[in-house]
Design a binder for this molecule. Structure first.
Ligand SMILES: [Zn+2]
Length: 397
């Protein structure tokens, strides 16, 4: 059993200890100490990093009451000096203490219990038992959590026997038997928790809800505290400034400017489609003239330089003429094919397209007079058209 110094003192960053066991975890050297400041991944909080006698501690995990330090190089049994990477640990403390407050705020204002907690590399999340939350509730929860931070409440830790827990309003029933470690945030929140925490809520700095996502009947709340809140806010400001500069507006005017731009793009797209259509209709007779004449049929093979939306219309327009086949494709990427034939066709366009696409991994099909498909590599588009042309001429000759 390893003595956990971080339970007594979460602010201690250097310590002396004895290596009492050396082992291997997934082929990497690892040691067990008689005492440690290194927190092992548990309860939603990730491990600490740092050094033991200048050897990097790459990961820390818990195995049957023993804390195992996975190392970059082996260490012999005997005395060691350990040192934590404090910025990483303090970040974890800010996020974890912030999580207790945020969970209690959701319980307070929406009777929503926290089902799970995850402290990630970028964002932290809690899943709460609530189907949906209007913006006003999310704001109120965020406000309450920040007020608790500004009140600079003391965060204290006490251990209790299971009987001694009577009268302590724990947010959630403890999952451990034996002594229970309770982290109290003033009189605002009492949680059974083995994590490391700040000594007063002011050290959390601030808490910022970054997003709310519906997941299997619950809500996943992403949040950031302290240094992370500062960095996300800084990044958001830079992004807003860069976007505002591109659009020559004040950052506050961004939503209106983007809405206006989308509106304009939509109108331009419509105009472009309309003009392309007019141009295409003028060009179709020329394509027909240039088409190959085979056994009294006209075969037009073309890769369209028009919006893909016009592909089907072009093929159908051509097939309105007597004894005509149109084998058309839109330009890559994501080229689409449309084959059409006059009603008196002897060949089946659905079968022709399916057979032409199949060797290139594409899919398609349709009726005897109209077929559509796609799904081939960009380089294969011309080959599909030429093979379809060959197959068709063989059939009608
Ligand atoms: Zn906790």
């Amino acid at each position: 059993m390893t003595e956990r110094i971080y339970w007594r003192d979460a602010y201690r960053t250097a310590f002396d200890a004895q290596v009492i066991d050396a082992c291997a975890i997934d082929g990497k050297p690892a040691v067990v100490l008689d005492r440690t400041c290194f927190y092992p991944t548990s309860g939603g909080q990730p491990y600490d990093t740092g050094t033991l006698n200048e050897v990097r501690v790459a990961e820390v995990l818990e195995q049957d009451e023993r804390i195992v330090h996975v190392l970059a190089a082996p260490l012999p049994l005997g005395p060691v000096s350990g040192r934590l990477d404090w910025p990483r640990r303090f970040d974890h403390m800010q996020q974890h203490s912030g999580q207790h407050i945020l969970s209690q705020a959701w319980l307070n204002l929406a009777h929503a219990e926290t089902v799970s907690f995850h402290l990630g590399l970028e964002a932290c999340t809690i899943d709460i038992a609530l189907a949906s939350a209007p913006d006003s509730l999310v704001d109120a929860v965020e406000d309450l959590a920040n007020r608790v931070i500004w009140d600079n409440l003391a965060v204290s830790v006490h251990e209790y026997t299971p009987d001694g827990l009577d009268g302590i309003p724990l947010r959630k029933a403890p999952q451990v038997s034996g002594m229970v470690r309770v982290v109290a945030v003033g009189a605002f929140d009492y949680s059974a928790c083995g994590g490391t925490h700040v000594r007063a809520t002011g050290e959390i700095g601030s808490i910022h809800i970054a997003g709310i996502e519906k997941r299997r009947g619950q809500l996943r709340v992403s949040f950031v505290c302290g240094g992370r809140a500062l960095h996300t806010q800084r990044e958001a400001r830079r992004n807003a400034q860069a976007s505002a500069l591109l659009l020559s507006v004040h950052p506050a005017g961004l939503p209106a400017a983007v809405a206006h731009m989308l509106d304009e793009t939509h109108t331009l797209q419509k105009q472009n489609e309309e003009l392309s259509k007019r141009l295409l209709l003028r060009e179709l007779p020329i394509w027909w003239q240039q088409g190959a004449e085979v056994a009294g049929w006209r075969i037009i093979v073309q890769m369209l330089e028009y919006p893909p939306a016009l592909l089907r219309q072009a093929a159908q327009e051509l097939a309105k003429r007597e004894r005509t086949f149109a084998l058309l494709a839109s330009q890559p990427p994501n080229a689409q094919f449309c084959f059409a034939a006059s009603p008196e066709t002897q060949a089946n366009m659905g079968a022709l397209l399916r057979q032409a696409l199949q060797p290139f991994g594409g899919k398609g099909g349709g009726s005897a007079s109209l077929a559509q498909g796609g799904g081939v590599e960009d380089e294969a588009v011309a080959q599909v058209l030429s093979q379809a042309y060959q197959a068709l001429t063989n059939q009608i000759n």
